[in-house]
Design a protein around this ligand. Sequence first.
Ligand SMILES: [Zn+2]
Ligand SMILES: [Zn+2]
Length: 255
Amino acid sequence: MRLLYKKLDSNLIENIQLNETEMLFQILKLIQTHLIKEHDTNNFYYKLKILLNQNIELAKAIFEVLTQRKINKYINNKLLPYDIQVIKDLFKKQRLNLLTNNFSSFLDKNYLLPCQKKNCQFPKLKLQTQYQEQYICLICLKKMCPKFCGKFSQGDLGNLQRHSQKKHLRKCVFLDVEKSQVLLIYSTSYFFITNTLFINKKGDSPIKGPYPLQHYQKFQINMKALDQIFDIIMDEKFLKKLDDENQDNVKTEVI
Ligand SMILES: [Zn+2]
Ligand SMILES: [Zn+2]
């Protein structure tokens, strides 16, 4: 980043109108695939230009900064100016921070946050409200209503499907806030992963109901399920997971 600032007018970077975490993550994935694994700088540059198609100048600058030290297989990965493990750990840490360690504090922190869709007119919720669908995107952490924010609309795709197509190259992972169940979307198909992110000692999953927060304290974070989700996101296991899934569970309705 420092090199980029030196090289360019710093406004160029500040003007990128994209979610920074998402973009950084996509660039890191390209680095991992084409520079670290394949040592293919041409392919890296080609994909980088596609990723940053609004900003060829920036693509060129990033490419030069990352490849000016010639990459070859004799260079130990640790000498490269980035560490993919550090990025992965940070990614996990941010999501753990969102989830907290039990369902009670998770709801306390997230349940009353409004949907971040621009024109959402969904009525304000109270803590004791009965089950009301709401989701958080586990890639960019944006919260939103499924379908059309409480309105009926004749579109083919709901909020979650459109978000995944527009922001995350058609692949996305959402968390159902009230059930702590994870929804996996690939293109327009989706299904719910059976293991929830919170469970009690008996292995039961929570469902948000008209109860006070203490009711949910016995549901603790399920690290096994969470690690499975991290694997899916970071190692791009979306397609494999959908293929493995019993096709009866895969839906394509509006969500
Ligand atoms: Zn998102
Ligand atoms: Zn909404």
